[in-house]
Design a protein around this ligand. Structure first.
Ligand code: SF4
Length: 332
């Protein structure tokens, strides 16, 4: 008898629809109107259970702001965020403590994320204490189990954050984020402050924990080498917009947007015999206060045509969910 069972698609745990977050800037002159900083301008994606979606782009492109809006640290200017089908974009964070159990964040600077006056073990116990889960003894045991899972020795429990190395601090931050068994974790540049040798260890640890717990990661990074190792899909952001999104293998083998091509061409290749034509982008990224007309990338795009500065490109979809925001995808 043939096998008629089909694999069930993983549940969509998180979805953003046309997410916008603007900030008010300063007045340009005394009687002028305040400027608007368009940090995030219409970002849409889905994140499935147990998946890692990479969000990449240069500093200031709005990727960290997307993470903060998802976690209700910032309110969206418009657009929607859905958690397991429920619209959470209008909720006040304090009014919805259950969301804190299900959605967590890992920050870039582990030392800044930890309380310097609190012992490490107590900080890992804290989420259970806040939600009144278990007795004190249960909480201590759960914290010790998390330390073990992180590959940290039991004596770390009584140490203070400043007594640990950067890699150990980040493992403690991960332990604290995962002890409540969240469904979604926003990892905001979680390895950029770490030494090269420690980065690989932390990435492997995050992958192992994902396999064990089924957690979904939104992995925000400017490091495409790291993203390539941990993410199954990747969204490339430029000046507040997602300009390309694809499965990891599709993006690296067939990038369609000139910006993605430039980023990928800069990723170091471990084989010295492989020659790669590096695409150097000229000019600084434009200001999100006054983004260029038409395609926002036209001021730096090596293949820009007159239409690019006049007409906003529409999102085009290719096979396997590969989307790109460009008038001339895949050219040059
Ligand atoms: Fe370049 Fe034009 Fe495509 Fe923008 S729309 S990325 S300027 S080719």
């Amino acid at each position: 008898m043939g096998n008629t069972l089909k694999a069930t698609p993983a549940e969509v745990v998180l979805e953003t629809r046309d997410l916008v977050r603007h900030f008010q800037g300063k007045r340009r002159h005394f009687l002028g109107r305040k400027t608007t900083i368009r940090a995030v301008d219409g970002v849409s994606f889905t994140l499935h259970q147990g998946e890692t979606l990479g969000l990449v782009g240069e500093s200031g492109c709005g990727k960290s702001t997307v993470g903060k809006v998802i976690l209700n640290i910032l309110q969206p200017t418009s657009g929607r965020v859905f958690y397991r089908g429920r619209d959470i974009s209008a909720l006040k964070a304090a009014a919805e403590p259950s969301l804190h159990r299900e959605m967590q964040m890992i920050f870039q600077d582990p030392l800044g994320a930890l309380d310097p006056r609190m012992r490490v073990g107590d900080q890992i116990c804290e989420p259970h204490a806040i939600f009144r889960i278990g007795t004190e003894k249960d909480r201590k045991q759960a914290a010790c189990e998390m330390l073990d899972l992180m590959g940290l020795k039991a004596h770390i429990y009584t140490r203070y954050p400043h007594e640990l190395s950067g890699g150990q601090q980040q493992r403690v931050v991960i332990a604290r984020a995962l002890i409540l068994r969240p469904k979604v974790v926003v990892c905001d540049e979680p390895i950029s402050a770490l030494d090269v040798s420690i980065k690989a260890q932390v990435i492997n640890l995050l992958s192992k924990l994902q396999d064990m717990l089924g957690v979904a990661y939104l992995f925000i990074s400017h490091d495409l080498s790291a993203v390539r190792h941990i993410c199954s899909r990747i969204a490339v952001m430029y000046l507040g917009q997602v300009v390309e999104m694809a499965e990891r293998t599709d993006l690296f083998s067939t990038p369609l947007h000139p910006y993605s091509k430039a980023l990928i061409s800069a990723v170091p290749v471990p084989d010295p015999s492989v020659r790669r034509n590096r695409i150097i982008l000229t000019g600084e990224p434009p200001s999100p206060i006054d983004p260029p007309s038409g395609c926002r990338f036209h001021t730096r795009c090596p293949i820009a045509q007159p239409v690019c500065s006049e007409v906003v490109p529409s999102l085009r979809t290719f096979g396997n969910g590969h989307t790109v925001l460009c008038h001339f995808p895949g050219e040059a």
